[in-house]
Write a protein that binds this ligand. Sequence first.
Ligand code: ADP
Length: 386
Amino acid sequence: MTDKPRTTHVPLNELDEQGRKLHFRSILDSVPDAMIVTDESGVMLAFSRAAEALFGYTQQEMLGQPVNVLMAGRDRANHDNYIGNYMTTGKRQIIGIGRVVMAAKADGTLFPIDLKIGEARIGEHFLFTAFIRDLTEQQRAELRIQEMQSELVHFSRLSAVGTMASALAHELNQPLTAVANYLEASRDLLDSPDPETKEILREALSEAARQAVRAGEIVRKLRSYVSRGEVDMRTVHLRPLLLDAIALSRISRDHADIPVNLELAVADQRVQADPIQVQQVVINLIRNAMDAMDGVDDARIRVRTLSPDEAGFVAIDVCDNGPGLPAEMKEAIFKPFATTKSQGMGLGLSICQTIVEAHGGEIRAITPPEGGTCFRFTLRADTGKT
Ligand code: ADP
């Protein structure tokens, strides 16, 4: 036999047995999905090249083995019953329908697959052909989308803080007015200190104290609403975190077309951080930069990371080429409610500071000589091996 392709036309059904085997083998070698053929007792009769790559077994190792070695959990134990049930009842649970199940690789890793099974009847016997597609990547992508969605929910909550703050002012007004009234009444009562007024005085003062505590609780509620509780520290890869933050900062934004560059001093820098909270910081800084550059020609934003310093902290800069910090704000920018924007709450930077400091880092504004504004914050570099 020669390796040269033959040019004479041979219909498939006229192939001799050797030809059919070769043809079947070429299918097994080239079919893009993992393909496994079993008999009705679940013993494997064919195992494609893609199946070898997917499961980490060779065809030699698998032929003659029960197919449930590739299955995980309950499916592994129950597979014989599944086939038995189908053979006696003819009821299709998976054949021709397809299903997502867990499978096991040779090294024991479990992973999700999309399993489709076809059947062929040959005389008294059945052959089952399974087509298997690895869903690991797809599930990872879905997980990522879910995470992005929860981040967005958190972000829209943060944007809602603006709306909430006016409600808050309203709510705070009531206990604070009450405190003022009780104290004024108490002051007047001091003029006639008989035992009866003393008792009223005591009540008025304790009521004032109660209202003051209530006001404190309202403020505490706002803080936990914004900071979403504890810092959930873990190892975080900075690059994807910053890329996501850049993408999120563009959502529903007037200046979303301002280019944002990312420069990394270390390609795969890892830090110890709560990723969602750190994203919040970056998003806030980028959005402030966008606001500051309203009307600026050639507006640009640069997000860049520096190599870890001697103390093991990585600096992250968000820089713009806007007009710089307003003179009257230089001292006050991190103070709550300090704002120069008509619609601003002045909470963004104070929230950023709370988050960065809860991470053990620092945040400050830098005024570069060439103009614009940079905000620099630091996070602890992760030196672990993982
Ligand atoms: P808000 O954005 O609601 O005003 P922030 O605390 O985020 O609250 O910002 C406080 C103030 O700091 C802003 O009102 C603005 O005056 C100033 N500021 C923040 N970022 C920049 C920047 N990149 N360039 C110029 N000024 C800025």
